[in-house]
Design a protein around this ligand. Structure first.
Ligand SMILES: [Fe+2]
Length: 457
C-alpha cells in the first residue's frame, strides 16, 4: 500500500479528527515531501525514488490540525501529464525512447526528497538538480530556485544543514562532472560563498554534517561510471574493494580541505556532528555495508517483492584530523534504525538526544515499526512500538516555544496503517515516546510512504 500510485493530484484542506489531546502551544506547519506519483500512463516506475514529489502541509493551531497536499509541478511532471505518458529516464527507470540522461539535470528533477523553509521561501528539494520554490499557503509550484547566476541549475542536495546563526550550508554532487559544489547561504538568502571540490571518484552523496569549524562529507566508493547502461542509479557501481574518503572542509575557506581515508560503507543520513575537546569530529549515523537497500530493495518494493537487505548499524563515527584517523563504534540497540533527527538548536554542537525510527521486520519494504528516543549520554534507548499493521515514517523533533533545554518539545511523525487503509499523524512528548502518542489524527485516506519533512512556526 505504501508504494501505490497516489489517489489524486490535490488533497484539499481537510480537518483531521483528534484522538487524545493536542498541546495548545504546538502551533505551526509540518511540511512533508516524498515520491507519490508512481505511475504515468501505462508505466509504473521501477524504483521508489522515481516517484514525482507531493508536498503535504499539516497545520496546527493549538486545537485542531488540517491536512492538504498537492503534486509538485516540476517541468518533468507537467510535460508527462500533458503527454499522458512517461517521457524521461530518471533515477531508477529507463523510459524507452527517452532523451536519456544527457539533458540538463533539472529535466529529470522530481523534487521528491525533502522540504525546507528558508528566508520565508518554501523549497522542495531533490539532490540531482535545483530546488523548486513553492507557495507556503497554497503549495502551488512557483518554479526553479536560482540562488545566483553562477549556481543556476547546479545540484542542490536535499539535506542542507542550518547553522545556529541561520546560515544554510549545503552541497551538491555533480557525479558526471567529478565535482562537489558547496553552498554558504545567509539567513536572508544571500549567497555568501560557494566552492567546488574535485571528486574524481564521482560518488553519490546524500547527506553531510557541520561542526563549529568544519563541513564534513564522506564519499563512498559508489561511483558514477558513464559507460554503464541504464537509469541514473544503474550508472553507479559499488566498489567495495576500494576505500572511502572523508573531506573535512574549513567553513571559512571552502577550498581548504583535509582528507581522511574511511572503510567502504554507505550512509544515507547523519544525526549530527560536533568537535570534542581534543579536536576530533564525532558523528552519529546509521551505516550500511553497501548501498544494496537502494540499488535492490527499493526497486523490488515497486514490484511488490520483498528482499532482505543487510540492516544498517547505528554508529558513532570519529574523525581525528590531527592523526588523520577514522574510527567507528556501534551504538547498541539500534540495528535497522533510520531517519535520525535531533533538536535543531543543537546543530553542529554536542547533543544528547537523537530520535530515529527502527524496524524489527527485517525487510526494507515493510517499513519501520518503532520510534525511539536515544540518549547518547546514558546509552538508553526507549521508544514506542507501533502495531503490526502500521509503517512509521520519519519522526522529527519540534521544540516547545520558550524551551530552554535540549529535547523540550514533541515528536511528530506520520504512519500508514495497511490494515485500516489510512495514514495517521502522531504526536508524542519528545521525552517520553514510550508512553505512546498524546494525540493521533487519522487521515481519511492512505498516502504513499514519503521521505522527509520539517516543522515551521
Ligand atoms: Fe534523505
Amino acid at each position: 500500500m505504501g508504494y501505490r500510485q497516489v489517489e489524486r493530484p490535490v488533497y484539499v484542506e481537510t480537518t483531521l479528527p483528534v484522538e487524545g489531546t493536542l498541546p495548545p502551544d504546538l502551533q505551526g506547519t509540518f511540511f512533508r515531501n516524498g515520491p507519490a506519483q508512481h505511475e504515468v500512463g501505462a508505466m509504473r516506475y521501477h524504483h521508489w525514488f522515481d516517484g514525482d514529489g507531493m508536498i503535504h502541509a499539516y497545520r496546527f493551531d493549538g486545537q485542531s490540525v488540517t491536512h492538504r497536499a498537492r503534486m509538485i509541478e516540476t517541468e518533468k511532471y507537467c510535460r508527462e501529464q500533458e503527454a499522458g505518458r512517461a517521457l524521461i529516464t530518471g533515477f531508477g527507470t529507463v523510459v524507452p525512447g527517452s532523451e536519456g540522461l544527457a539533458a540538463s539535470a533539472d529535466s529529470q528533477n522530481v523534487a521528491n526528497i525533502n522540504v525546507l523553509q528558508h528566508n520565508g521561501e518554501l523549497l522542495a528539494l531533490w539532490e540531482g538538480g535545483s530546488a523548486y520554490q513553492l507557495d507556503p499557503e497554497t503549495l502551488e509550484t512557483l518554479g526553479l530556485k536560482t540562488w545566483n547566476a553562477q549556481t543556476a541549475g547546479a545540484p542542490f542536495s536535499a539535506h542542507p544543514r542550518i547553522d545556529t546563526d541561520g546560515t544554510l550550508w549545503n552541497f551538491g554532487y555533480a557525479a558526471p562532472f567529478g565535482a562537489i559544489i558547496l553552498y554558504r547561504i545567509a539567513a536572508d538568502g544571500r549567497v555568501l560563498d560557494t566552492g567546488v571540490i574535485p571528486a574524481p571518484e564521482t560518488p553519490m552523496v546524500h547527506d553531510f554534517v557541520i561542526t563549529a569549524r568544519y563541513l564534513v562529507l564522506i564519499l563512498a566508493p559508489f561511483r558514477f561510471e558513464q559507460a554503464r547502461e541504464g537509469a541514473f542509479i544503474d550508472k553507479f557501481a559499488w566498489r567495495g574493494d576500494e576505500v572511502g574518503r572523508a573531506l573535512v572542509i574549513d567553513k571559512n575557506n571552502l577550498s581548504a580541505m583535509q582528507e581522511i581515508e574511511t572503510p567502504p560503507m554507505w550512509i544515507f543520513h547523519y544525526a549530527n556532528a560536533h568537535e570534542d575537546a581534543a579536536g576530533r569530529i564525532i558523528m552519529q549515523a546509521p551505516v550500511y555495508d553497501t548501498p544494496s537497500v537502494m540499488t535492490e530493495a527499493f526497486r523490488e518494493v515497486m514490484r511488490g517483492n520483498e528482499i532482505k537487505s543487510a540492516p544498517p548499524r547505528f554508529m558513532l563515527l570519529t574523525l581525528d584530523p590531527a592523526k588523520g584517523r577514522f574510527d567507528a563504534q556501534e551504538i547498541n540497540g539500534l540495528a535497522n534504525s533510520e531517519f535520525p533527527r535531533i533538536d535543531q538548536s543543537m546543530q553542529g554542537q554536542r547533543h544528547r538526544y537523537s530520535y530515529a525510527v527502527q524496524s524489527s521486520r527485517g525487510y526494507a519494504g515493510r517499513g519501520f515499526d518503532r520510534v525511539n528516543l536515544i540518549d547518547h549520554e546514558t546509552g538508553q534507548v526507549q521508544g514506542f512500538q507501533y502495531s503490526a499493521s502500521e509503517m512509521a515514517e520519519e519522526h522529527l523533533f519540534v521544540r516547545r516555544p520558550g524551551a530552554t533545554k535540549e529535547g523540550d518539545g514533541w515528536l511528530l511523525g506520520t504512519s500508514l496503517d495497511v490494515a485500516k487503509g489510512h495514514s495517521m499523524l502522531n504526536v508524542f512528548r519528545a521525552d517520553a515516546p514510550m508512553d505512546g502518542p498524546i494525540a493521533r489524527m487519522p487521515l481519511p485516506y492512505a498516502l504513499p510512504l514519503g521521505l522527509h519533512g520539517n516543522f515551521y512556526t
